[in-house]
Design a protein around this ligand. Structure first.
Ligand code: HEM
Length: 411
């Protein structure tokens, strides 16, 4: 396992390595839920857990299933400067440190804190769509809306120039990228290290600036926590938090928006019309996208003690991948699990995870999806997927497509 991939998430199971399999991994999950719901993969040296109840148990029990990759037997210490900063974040810390780190920014991500910003987010989406939607009746949902919108929002919240967004995209894409046969493991690890160093340098300058000139932005909140009496955050933790917020909220939300358009276009032709102008229906449909085509398909944990699941003994120090995307299609939990039902209720999906590490940015992602999609629906109708083969996202745990060309009629 490379030190740039502390969770071992970059290794793709053999069964999902083809383009077709990663575009539609759901039949494979269904077979695994029946035949081998908890299995060890010697190639990736990890356990895979596929059923809803088991995935929830893994995410729920912080004592037995730690989020800290350093507890894995095969963990490799980071070597280069700037590397491993992401390890100093809430995502990879167990309680109690987890709760202290999350507490620094928790308030900012509460729905009531975000509500005031909705009109501004709407303006941002609207500007992007003014440029993209036109008489030619075609657009790429990823390039024109689903990528630039969330990255602009998180750049503004953090307080970094949105004009740097091409750079952010390269960073985010590289950090979640899966290893491939086209590149040696060393070259891949070097590229990952290089990106982490660039990000550290970039945010270090931002942090220095906010120390002198605090503003109403997240970097200033983080800097205040770093420099406050008693030092709630170390320098590394402050840097790690900036990087985490930039990366965690980008490609995930991009894929939520693009997966939503894909689901809607694949569904009943009237769905776009039913959702237009109806925020409640749209909100419910977005939840179903999070279940049906979950932007995050897998999350990783490490066993802290020997534990038995479905008759298999997972040993202390073993890594475990909890397949959220499979849990979300488990018939034991969801009736007609393979059907996209935009008004599904109840819908207890685990698309944002579960328990202690439940997604901090869930309220923001939901708001961005609602705003971005409703602005799109206001402008277009009769949306069809262009007849081009879809290319899945180059990642083993982020799920979506590289681009989503569509045709539409302008309203
Ligand atoms: C955690 C998914 C958007 C920040 C998580 C986890 C999932 C997830 C599954 C749990 C990780 C685990 O259990 O190990 C998603 C999806 C998103 C999204 C599907 C969009 C559709 C965002 C946004 C932000 C964000 C917009 C912030 C700007 C975080 C952070 C954590 C997290 C900081 C770690 C929370 C903790 O450890 O307490 N996310 N996320 N996410 N997410 Fe999101």
């Amino acid at each position: 396992m490379s030190s740039a991939d502390p969770q071992g998430l970059q290794a793709v199971p053999e069964e999902l390595q083809s383009r077709e399999a990663w575009l539609e991994p759901f039949d494979w999950y269904a077979r695994m839920r029946e035949a081998a719901p908890v299995r060890y993969d010697p190639e990736r040296r990890t356990w895979d857990v596929f059923r809803y109840d088991d995935v929830k148990r893994v995410l729920d029990d912080d004592d037995v299933f730690s989020v800290d990759p350093q507890k894995a037997d095969d963990f490799v210490e980071p070597e280069g400067p700037g590397e491993g900063l992401i390890l100093d974040t809430m995502l990879f810390e167990d309680p109690p440190r987890h709760d202290e780190l999350r507490g620094v920014v928790d308030e900012w991500f509460q729905p009531r804190s975000l509500a005031d910003r909705e009109p501004h987010f709407r303006e941002l989406a609207s500007e992007l769509l003014d440029d993209a939607v036109g008489a030619d009746g075609q657009m790429d949902v990823v390039e024109d809306l689903a990528y630039p919108f969330p990255v602009t929002v998180i750049a503004e919240l953090l307080g970094v120039p949105a004009s740097d967004r091409d750079r952010f995209k390269t960073w985010s894409d590289t950090l979640v990228e899966a290893a491939s046969d086209d590149e040696s493991a060393d070259a891949f690890a070097d590229r990952q290290q290089q990106i982490q160093m660039e990000m550290a340098q970039y945010f270090l300058e931002m942090i220095e600036d906010r120390r002198e000139n605090p503003r109403d932005d997240l970097i200033s909140v983080i800097v205040t926590a770093e420099s406050s009496e008693g030092g709630r955050l170390s320098r590394e933790e402050a840097l790690g938090m900036c990087i985490l917020l930039l990366v965690a909220g980008n490609i995930t939300t991009t894929n939520l928006i693009a997966n939503a358009v894909r689901c809607f276009a694949e569904a009943d032709a009237d769905l776009f019309d039913q959702l237009r102008g109806d925020d409640r229906a749209l909100t419910s449909a977005v939840e179903e996208v999070l279940r049906y085509r979950s932007p995050v398909q897998a999350m990783s944990r490490v066993a802290t003690e020997d534990v038995t699941m479905r008759g298999e003994t997972i040993e202390a120090g073993d890594r475990i991948i909890a397949w959220l995307g499979s849990a979300n299609r488990d018939e034991r939990q969801f009736e007609a699990a393979d059907a996209f039902q935009p008004d599904r209720s109840p819908n207890q999906h685990v698309g944002f995870g579960h328990g202690t590490h439940y997604c901090l940015g869930a309220p923001l992602a939901r708001l961005e999806a609602k705003v971005g999609l409703s602005e799109l629906l206001d402008r277009v109708e009769n949306v069809r997927l262009a007849e081009e083969p879809l290319q899945p996202t180059r990642s083993s745990f982020i799920y979506g497509v590289e681009s989503l060309p569509v045709r539409y009629d302008e309203r």
